[in-house]
Every structure is written in C-alpha cells, then in structure tokens.
Ligand binder design. Structure first.
Ligand SMILES: O=C(O)CCC(=O)C(=O)O
Length: 308
C-alpha cells in the first residue's frame, strides 16, 4: 500500500534501506527503458540553461507506463538561473504564497527582500516559505481553478516547457499553471493525485532543484504499492498517459553529495545567462539545506481559451 511505503521511507529510526530506490543515474534496464528524444535543437535552450538535447538521457519506468524521467538536462548556470527565479521572482506578487494568510509581509514587501535584506524581520522567514502558485492559481481548498484566480505565467517557464515537451513528443503542451514547492530537510509531501486540471490527457512536468528527494509513485488508488526513485537537482519527472493520475508523494529529503549547481570557470564563460554574484551567494546558502520543485501543468484542453 502507498501509505506503508511512505511510512517506511519517511522513518528516521530505523532509517530505511535504500536498496530498492530506482536510481536513474545508474539505469537498470530491467526497470527502465531508454526513450529517444526528438532532437530539434532550439536556440532558446541555451538562454534557458539547457544542455543540447542530443546530450539528454531520457527513460520510462517499465512498471509505470507514461512515467518519463529526464536526467538533469540543465547546465550549472542553468540550475542557478532557475533556483534564483524560484527564490527571488516566483515568490513575489502577483503570485500567491502560503505566507499570504499569515500577513507577515506587507503589500510592498517580498519574501526574498525581507529574508535576505532585513535581519530582524527576516529572521524566521527563510524556512516559512512552502509554496507559491503561478498562472491559474491552485486552490488548495476547493481544488478547482478559476478565471478570477489567474495571473500571467512567466514567459521563461512557457518557453522552457515548449522545449521540454517538444523534445519528448508532447508538442502543443501549454504551461498554464505552476506550483513551486519549497522543502526543508525535514519536509515531506503526502501522497495525492493531481486531478484539478480539465485536461488530464496533457502531461504534468515536475522539475527538482537542490537537495535529493525520494519520490514515490503508486497506483490509481492508495491500496496499490509504490515505486521509490531518487530525484536529484535538475531531474525532471513527466507524469503522462497511464501515470498522470497516479498517487505520488515525497516521504524524504536526503542531503546531496553531488551539487550540479556549482560552476567551474569554463561553464561560467560558456553561457548566455548572466548572474548577480551577491544574489547567487544567498540562493546557494538557501539551497544547501532545501529542495525546490517546479510543478507545471496544462489546465485547458487544446483550443480552449478559458475555463468556462
Ligand atoms: O516535489 C515533488 O517532487 C512533487 C510535487 C507534487 O507532487 C505536487 O506539487 O503536486
């Protein structure tokens, strides 16, 4: 059962045995199948921090048809770019934050500015950011999207998703809603399904940055068993077709040894992305004890302009 696996991997004492966790960095071809990308290189990819598509490694989990895994397709600078976007830009208005209901920030204050710029007020704020929503804002209570709760999706996310979707054969995918999840080392995300979107035929993209997660994917009901897999910084899970409505969750965050957001001089000079060194220093400190997940969905059916 999903709950048993969740409890098993969440446990601190005794800690779980990780031998059955699928590790796509050493792919076991009895468990995963290699997917060939549709390798139309896109000039925009470099600006969005992506490696050339011909270098990507893409797999499908044999036991979970439609569950596609793209092993970190981002450059080092690309990881820094998206980590900073999530921390500095996507945590600002007009996006919605879990902090909104606590009234800790005034209208003219942002989480980033107060956390890193106001030692007194920002003292306890760093770990309090849990989620932000973009585009069609996910309503956690009703689980229904609404035209009244919608803001512009950031253009760079729309472009990134066009490239990712095209490369793995989901031409026409439109990024219309996103949840950015912020995890501390002791955070978990309980098992759930994502079914609020009118278009459940469109895939859901889930991009991880920072510390490593153990991700569980189960069946269509809580009663079925779950498969565990590592999600490391940069890795992308695509829940498509038969996997789109399966239960999934994150029982554990593990400290990472490999830090694909760290740059060497060669990667710094070989990019069209510029960076603010001071901002990155702060983001690097944050990500050393955190994980960020960008969860991106299409809401409407193809050709549909509004919800109703
Ligand atoms: O953090 C993750 O990897 C999963 C997030 C998720 O399932 C969600 O936002 O619905």
């Amino acid at each position: 059962m999903f709950k048993d696996s969740f409890k098993y991997y969440k446990s601190r004492n005794p800690p779980p045995d990780l031998k059955d966790v699928v590790d796509f960095s050493i792919p076991d071809l009895n468990k995963v199948r290699i997917i060939t990308t549709q390798c139309v290189e896109n000039q925009q990819g470099d600006k969005l921090g992506l490696k050339p598509i011909k270098e990507w490694r893409v797999y499908e989990l044999i036991d979970v048809p439609g569950l596609i895994f793209i092993e970190n397709p981002f450059t080092e600078i690309g990881q820094q770019y998206w980590i900073l976007k999530c921390l500095k830009d996507y945590s600002k208005k007009p996006n919605k934050l879990n902090l909104d209901i606590h009234n800790v920030l005034n209208d003219n204050e942002s989480w980033w500015d107060i956390t890193f710029g106001n030692p007194e007020k920002g003292k306890n704020l760093l770990s309090k950011l849990r989620w932000t929503t973009l585009g069609y804002h996910h309503n956690w209570d009703t689980k229904k999207y609404s035209e009244d709760l919608k803001t512009q999706m950031p253009l760079e996310i729309v472009k990134l998703m066009d490239i990712l979707a095209d490369a793995i054969g989901f031409q026409g995918f439109k990024a219309e809603a996103a949840i950015i999840n912020y995890y501390r080392m002791n955070s978990t995300l309980a098992g759930h399904t994502d079914h609020s979107e009118i278009n459940i035929d469109a895939p859901l993209f889930s991009i991880s940055f920072g510390q490593t997660a153990i991700f569980l994917i189960g069946g269509l009901t809580q009663e079925e068993p779950a498969v565990a897999m590592y999600l490391r910084s940069g890795d992308i899970v695509v829940m498509s077709e038969g996997s789109r409505l399966r239960y999934h969750g994150v029982p554990k965050i593990l400290p990472t040894i490999i830090k694909p957001w760290e740059t060497n001089n060669a990667s710094e000079s070989n990019t069209s992305i510029s960076k603010n060194v001071d901002h990155w220093k702060k983001a690097k400190m944050y990500i050393s004890e955190a994980r960020i997940n960008m969860n991106i969905r299409q809401v409407l059916k193809s050709g549909q302009m509004t919800l109703y």
